[in-house]
Design a protein around this ligand. Structure first.
Ligand SMILES: [Zn+2]
Length: 307
């Protein structure tokens, strides 16, 4: 039914219980896509967990060992801001496997989406801000090692700066990182991306879309990627509890359409990950993520019509 594949697993749920991070959202996005008849069962692919050798392309031996043996220190667990559990680790390895699969499918089909992932705050040697493994970085490194792709661009529109991703790819000329985020918000510090767009509090639809467009133009002047990873956070939404920007549902759709239009016009395969979303109503977060998939569908259909 959809012109590209969606990657999803029921065990993406991070098992957080009552938490500002609604980790049931992955299941709800999957359900909404099916119930609203945007997708059918055949559109979904089931990921395998990332292999440890994939994870080690980004993360240190010591950190991975602590995750697998449940031996993070108290301070390390606090920094994660989510409770450690066996289910959490399972979900993170699956999400990383899902982003690898989505990237491979994007190279085949032009587009793909992981209904999960986008854990952009994870560093090589530690996790923080609800992020354990940097699935996007793992996927890019895996595909580079496989010689499936030489270069990649990460376009991160989560309201929070993509600090882990910026740190991992800092000094790596093969990966271009762009982050558009609220400046006056977690994380501190913000290691430099190739292009950091620091927004003031309260930026709304028109300003956001205008600023993003100008910077996408610059990014594509500076770099021609073989693959784009889109980290499509739902948290620039004006009703978000952890964000201080003021985008509407309509503005978020314009954001997604703008990014996908750049990918389409430059003929670069694009893989979507969902990233953060903490709207007062979980249904809004789910709606924003579903809209991202629908914006990609529209862009994919447009590129097919032109081909
Ligand atoms: Zn965020």
């Amino acid at each position: 039914m959809l012109p590209f594949k969606l990657v999803y697993h029921d065990r993406y749920d991070l098992n957080l219980g009552a938490h500002v991070f609604p980790s049931q959202k992955y299941r709800l996005v999957h359900e909404a896509l099916l119930n609203e008849r945007h997708a059918d069962a055949a559109d979904f692919l089931l990921p395998e967990p990332a292999r440890d050798e994939d994870v080690h392309l980004v993360h240190s031996q010591e950190y991975v060992h602590k995750l697998k043996t449940g031996t993070l220190s108290y301070a390390e667990q606090l920094r994660l801001e989510i409770p450690y559990s066996v289910e959490l680790i399972d979900a993170c390895w699956l999400a990383a496997g899902g982003s690898i699969l989505a990237a491979r499918r994007a190279l085949l089909d032009g587009w793909a989406a992981n209904i999960g992932g986008g854990f952009h705050h994870a560093y090589p040697d530690h996790g923080e801000g609800f992020c354990v493994l940097n699935d996007v970085a793992i996927a890019i490194r895996r595909l580079q090692m496989d010689r499936a792709v030489e270069t990649a661009m990460v376009i991160d529109t989560d309201v929070h700066h993509g600090n882990g991703t910026a740190a991992i790819f800092g000094g790596d000329a093969t990966v271009y990182t762009l982050s558009i985020h609220q400046e006056n918000n977690y994380p501190y510090p913000k290691p430099p991306s190739n292009l950091d767009i620091n927004l003031e509090d309260g930026v709304g639809d028109d300003d956001y879309v205008g600023i993003l467009e100008k910077n996408l133009h610059q990014a594509f002047e500076e770099f021609q990627p073989g693959l784009i990873f889109y980290v499509g956070g739902a948290d620039p939404y004006r009703e978000d509890q952890l964000g201080g920007l003021a985008l509407t549902l309509e503005g978020l759709k314009r954001r997604d359409a703008l990014v996908f239009d750049y990918a389409r016009r430059h003929r670069v395969p694009l893989a979507i990950t969902l990233a953060g979303g903490y709207a007062r109503r979980v249904a809004d977060t789910v709606r924003i993520h579903v809209d991202t998939i629908l914006a990609a569908r529209d862009a994919a259909q447009q590129s097919a019509a032109k081909a």
